[in-house]
Design a protein around this ligand. Structure first.
Ligand code: SAH
Length: 273
């Protein structure tokens, strides 16, 4: 595998002609054996892969040896490439006839800007294939022993982002998020956790509503801490919870205590692929 450290200086070679094919792949929450078979096959045949920071080393190890790996990742505070530059690079490479894989953590169409990238490809008249991935919420629920819906506790499931574009950092529909018999999973919310909890409490959710933080779900060092909505910011601070982590709020979190101890660990990678 060759790494191209700084994709800004990457110029497509002229030897290719005609539009290339782009495959947008969801890499799942981290563990490589949580990839779909279709994704694993596409990675095994890839020529060039543009990948983000949430894609684990184990997933990258499945890329065809000799393929070019281009890191275009983003860490919230430190952008390697702006989203516009990533889109521009992807479109230029595809237009020059390259066959590309665009690899993103979780599912590309869930808080992954995969929609924006697909729009850019469509606008440029390029065709692409989308391979879904297991989104972090599903990975976290399964790994932490928290079914996201359950007939006794939640009839509605909401995915929300704690990080929004522009000045209104967290301009969510708090009224909707505070409804009863609902599970709320918040992505990218660790930095804004105190605001999130304060608003949910102000909009009527009880302080003793069960809540969990799941860090690095599906990876060997995954952690899950549970408590109540009122205590969650303190818990995050005490346990030094860091991104990537998800916030799960709702009565389904109670099931963690019963289900997590009874769960066995995941099968080894080789056994699955
Ligand atoms: N497209 C991705 C989400 C990208 S947004 C998906 O479908 O999962 C990035 C956020 O996803 C992180 O801030 C975190 O909230 C969540 N996340 C991603 N991987 C995670 C993991 N392994 N464990 C917990 N949260 C994760």
């Amino acid at each position: 595998m060759d790494f191209v450290e700084d994709a800004r200086w990457f110029t497509p070679s002229a030897e290719h002609s005609g539009p290339g094919h782009v495959t947008l792949i969801g890499a799942g929450p981290g563990a490589a054996d949580l990839l779909t078979l279709r994704a694993a096959k596409a990675l095994g045949q890839a020529q060039m892969v543009l990948y983000d920071n949430l894609v684990s080393k184990d997933v990258l190890a499945l890329v065809r040896p000799g393929a070019e790996l281009i890191y275009v990742g983003k860490v919230s505070s430190h952008h390697t490439l702006s989203q516009e530059s990533i889109i521009d690079l992807m479109v230029r490479l595809a237009q020059s006839g390259r066959s590309l894989v665009r690899l993103k953590g979780g599912d590309g169409y869930i808080f992954g800007r995969g929609g924006e990238e697909a729009q850019a490809l469509a606008q440029a008249g390029l065709t692409f294939e989308v391979i879904p991935g297991i989104t972090a919420a599903q990975g976290a629920g399964a790994c932490a022993g928290i079914p996201l819906t359950h007939r006794d506790y939640a009839a509605t499931l909401v995915f929300a982002t704690g990080h929004l574009r522009g000045k209104d950092e967290v301009a969510l529909d708090w009224q909707t998020l505070s409804r009863p018999r609902q599970t709320v999973v918040i992505y990218m919310g660790i930095g804004t956790l105190p605001i999130i909890c304060r608003e949910l409490l102000a909009h009527g959710l009880a302080g003793d509503t069960p809540a969990a933080l799941v860090e690095r779900a599906s990876l060997p060092d995954q952690r899950c801490v549970t408590g109540t909505l009122a205590r969650l910011p303190q818990l995050a601070q005490d346990e030094r919870i860091k991104a990537p982590a998800l916030i799960i709020i709702g009565h389904v979190v109670r099931l963690h205590e019963q289900l997590y101890p009874a769960q066995t660990s995941a099968p080894a990678l080789q056994a699955v692929l």
